[in-house]
Design a binder for this molecule. Structure first.
Ligand SMILES: C[C@H](O)CC(=O)C(=O)O
Ligand SMILES: [Mn+2]
Length: 337
């Protein structure tokens, strides 16, 4: 098993969990520590990618471009990455992030929609960026479909394609099937991005490595959308135990997770009923806070909304379905009385 390249996405996936409230000071401190610890890639942008600060995705407290600028200025060895979701971001924001000095663009789409990414891979390469493809909600499609989509991204210039378990719905056999299929079919690198809804983020990430993954993701203290991600500090500890020395300083990671990131948590990152029902139903983790707000507003259970969204196979961008489902459940509740 090869030593993977680790991307810490506390300042991007974690942005969902802190309701997009990161400040320049928080970014500086977290980047300083991750950089000093030797983490090679740090992802910074709105949780839903560049230009995500909208009513649908959630408004940011501070301009993500100010945060990216701070991150680039602060990092000494780490490369700064940003996420980009076609339809949320446009080529303007892509260019702006490149001008600010990001090195890597991670282009994320629902795992059947790779064909909309071509122009952005081409532009990213034209701008001299490393370009990584993110196949979101990868649990919804079998390995052969993901291979087709990943090959499209490879043909557009992707340097790596990730299997992304956006709902935290995959078990280890599902991870192994998908990652090994991409490894066999592609001549570029393969990555894996976990969420912890079934308590498998670390296990699934190790399974992805055993299946040949070259790149993996983590967040400090697991701070990410919904049930959160594989905790970066725990990943490094496990890799050390497996004699896979990433060269990353575990003590610095544990300190920054404990003393800087944990105090930022608005709610604990736990596998509670909402997060388990979300992963079990296969619902996108970044829906959680929107679902909780709707559940409270209409007096229904978040887990019931999650179950129905799973049945309807809601994907990123369909956050408006959350209100529809909450209203329907509330009406049914009234009629039952
Ligand atoms: C835009 C999403 O939050 C990307 C991601 O982290 C996931 O799908 O998981
Ligand atoms: Mn995620």
């Amino acid at each position: 098993m090869k030593i993977p390249r680790l991307t810490d996405t506390t300042l991007r996936d974690g942005d969902h969990a802190v309701s997009h409230s990161y400040t320049p000071e928080m970014v500086r401190t977290i980047v300083q520590n991750l950089d000093e610890a030797g983490v090679p890639v740090i992802e910074v942008s709105h949780g839903s990618g560049l230009n995500g600060s909208t009513i649908q995705q959630g408004f940011s407290k501070h301009s993500e471009f100010d945060l990216i600028k701070v991150a680039v200025e602060t990092a000494k060895q780490a490369k700064i990455a940003s996420l980009f979701v076609p339809g949320i971001g446009t080529s303007n924001e892509l260019r702006q992030a490149a001008e600010l000095g990001i090195s890597i663009l991670r282009i994320a789409v629902h795992c059947t929609e790779a064909d909309v990414t071509e122009q952005y891979f081409r532009l990213a390469k034209e701008l001299g960026l490393e370009a990584v493809g993110f196949l979101m909600m990868s649990h919804t499609q079998p390995a052969n479909v993901l291979v087709e989509q990943a090959k499209l991204m490879e043909s557009y210039g992707a340097d790596c394609v990730y299997v992304v378990d956006s709902a935290g719905a995959l078990v280890q056999s599902g991870v192994r099937e998908r990652v090994s299929a991409l490894k066999e079919a592609l001549s570029i690198e393969v990555g894996f991005h976990a969420h912890n809804n079934l308590g498998l983020a670390i296990g699934n990430t190790i399974t992805a490595l055993e299946a040949g993954a070259d790149q993996i993701d983590g967040t400090l203290r697991g701070l990410g959308a919904g049930a959160g991600n594989a905790p970066t500090e725990v990943l490094v500890a496990v890799l050390n135990k497996m004699n896979l020395d990433t060269g990353i300083n575990l003590s610095i990671l544990m300190d920054v997770a404990e003393e800087v990131v944990a105090p930022l948590m608005q709610t604990p990152i736990v596998i509670d009923r909402d997060n388990l029902s979300s992963g079990y139903a296969g619902v996108y983790n970044s829906f959680l806070l929107h679902v909780r707000h709707a559940a409270e507003k209409f007096g229904v259970k978040a887990s019931e909304i999650m179950e129905e969204l799973g049945k309807r196979k809601a994907v990123a961008g369909q956050e408006d379905w959350i209100l529809d489902v909450a209203v329907e459940l509330a009406k049914k509740k009234v009629l039952k009385v």
